[in-house]
Write a new protein. Structure first.
Length: 98
């Protein structure tokens, strides 16, 4: 059981980095630092969107429209941090005690 929790925590940690990279890449595309018409950039962007959009879209639908500011990645990161803390403080001690 502890190995499963370790894998879940590792996946959550990797997903945090994917969200951060996606946010930075969106800024770079928005400010024309990186050209979206480049095939390599477009493939990375589409891959990141395919991974992050299923969890970001419900948050965007729930949040009010703030114009051009998108805080859904921040909210998703806070939820992931909260889930990790729940696993560390409540689930892990009960598994180690078995």
């Amino acid at each position: 059981m502890r190995a499963i929790l370790d894998v879940i925590l590792l996946v959550l940690d990797l997903y945090k980095w994917v969200i951060i990279i996606s946010a930075i890449l969106s800024w770079l595309i928005a400010f024309n630092v990186i050209n979206y018409r480049n095939d390599f950039v477009r493939s990375i962007w589409n891959g990141l969107q395919a991974v992050t959009e299923p969890l970001l879209r419900p948050i965007r639908n729930f949040m009010p429209n703030l114009g051009s500011i998108d805080i859904s990645p921040v909210i998703l990161l806070l939820l992931i941090f909260f889930l990790e803390r729940i696993i560390y403080y409540y689930v892990y001690p009960s598994v180690i005690g078995l």
